[in-house]
Ligand binder design. Structure first.
Ligand SMILES: Cc1ncc(COP(=O)(O)O)c(C=O)c1O
Length: 396
């Protein structure tokens, strides 16, 4: 496969053999543990001295996977994005500290405390003065002191506080309340690697993001260090941007999840040191000669619009995933002729080395939704499927 010489015929033959040995003959999500280990090492090696690492749970939505990454990295910090995940992690990993990656309606927080104890280690994310008032009221009502982190808009413009009077006021309101604690700031900035490079746009956006973050710290007293006994959470980054932080001058922790399994959306220059680690394997149910698309037999002289030289049609078991075919080489989806969740049509060159029931491999484009679509994850190591890991229930 282009871009990663290790992803060759030998590699996919070994994956296929492992699946056959495990008796697997349906669409399956595979995580390669050796490659995962390499990604974890790469991430930890790139973190500057003293930088905390927070696991983005939604992008690695599988408790044993999160547990494994915790063991390897030694982190007890997680970033969580929905109530179900929050509850399950609080229950199964009570020692983990969870920061919400998005603000939850206060009703969800209330629901959380109906099921989890007041000792749960959660930092709730607050993006507006109105939500702050709701969380203070909840803390008072439950008589549970709540830790609140303020979301700062560092340029993504997905909401959150600007570095202005309202932000300062929010911290003063928290300090005046006996019910909640100001626990820090979160400024997420994936746009820094997605904006066009032309005109120095990326550099300008980065400088601006960091200036906003620094101003937010100054306004909220974070720049002076922690006021109480607990260190403040000064969170930033995500997989696309974690490499931009060379010291802890601005933030004291970065979040990253996806990069450890590296779906195709994370094939970027900054992340070249990370390896694709997750694959979808699915049986080719039918491998047919010719490119056969319904209707073309009635239009003499017209051929289906597929890449030059394509002379095989393959139907896979399932296939309408957010994913790209990677093996066998040359096999492509032809979106013009539709996507099917039942049997997906792909086409390939005349010399396509594939027979019915052989496996076709895809790489997910993202992990958070795709990992939830296949049941247990098959963990591949040393030529075998060594474990299966349950995923979280699908949830928004
Ligand atoms: C607040 C926040 N931080 C970090 C991340 C990064 O997640 P990942 O590393 O999986 O890209 C996300 C992703 O949506 C996010 O919303």
């Amino acid at each position: 496969m282009a871009g990663d010489p290790a992803l060759s015929r030998d590699y996919f033959d070994s994956l296929s053999a492992a699946l056959v040995e495990a008796g697997i003959a349906q669409p399956t999500l595979i995580v390669d543990r050796a490659r995962l280990d390499r990604n974890i090492d790469t991430l930890m090696r790139h973190l500057p001295d003293g930088m905390g690492y927070r696991i983005v749970a939604k992008s690695l939505p599988c408790l044993p996977l999160i547990r494994y990454i915790r063991e390897c990295t030694g982190t007890d910090r997680l970033m969580t994005f929905n109530l179900q995940m929050l509850l399950q992690i609080a229950h199964d990993m009570p020692d983990a500290h969870q920061l919400l990656g998005k603000p939850m309606p206060v009703a969800a927080a209330r629901r959380f405390y109906q099921e989890a104890g007041p000792e749960a280690r959660v930092q709730w994310l607050v993006d507006t003065p109105e939500r702050l008032a709701q969380y203070i009221a909840l803390a008072k009502d439950l008589a549970v002191p709540l830790d609140l982190v303020l979301e700062v808009d560092v340029g993504l413009h997905r909401g959150g506080f600007a570095p202005d009077e309202a932000l300062k006021q929010a911290v003063e309101t928290m300090e005046a309340s006996n019910h909640v604690r100001f626990a820090g700031l979160m400024g997420y900035e994936p746009h820094l690697t997605k904006l066009p490079e032309k005109g120095g746009l990326r550099e300008r956006a980065a400088e601006s993001a960091w200036e906003i973050y620094a101003r937010a710290k100054a306004l909220t007293g974070c720049a002076d260090g922690p006021a109480g006994q607990q260190p403040l959470t000064l969170n930033t980054a995500g997989s696309p941007t974690y490499r931009l932080y060379r010291d802890t001058g601005l933030a004291n922790e970065v979040s990253a999840g996806s990069v450890l399994v590296k779906p195709t959306d994370f094939d970027t220059d900054l992340l070249v040191d990370h390896l694709p680690t997750s694959f979808i394997a699915t049986p080719a149910l039918k491998v047919l000669d010719g490119v056969n698309v319904a209707g073309f037999e009635f239009v003499p002289g017209r051929e289906p619009d597929v890449p030059d030289g394509h002379a095989k049609t393959v139907y896979t078991f399932g296939g309408n995933w957010m994913a790209k075919p990677v093996w066998p080489d040359g096999l492509v989806l032809n979106d013009m002729y539709g996507r099917s969740s039942n049997q997906q049509m792909l086409t390939g060159p005349a010399d396509l080395d594939l027979e019915a029931d052989d496996f076709v491999f895809f790489r997910p484009t993202q992990s958070e939704a795709v990992f939830l679509q296949f049941g247990d994850i098959a963990v591949y190591e040393d030529g075998r499927i060594v474990e299966t890991w349950p995923v979280f229930p699908a949830s928004a």
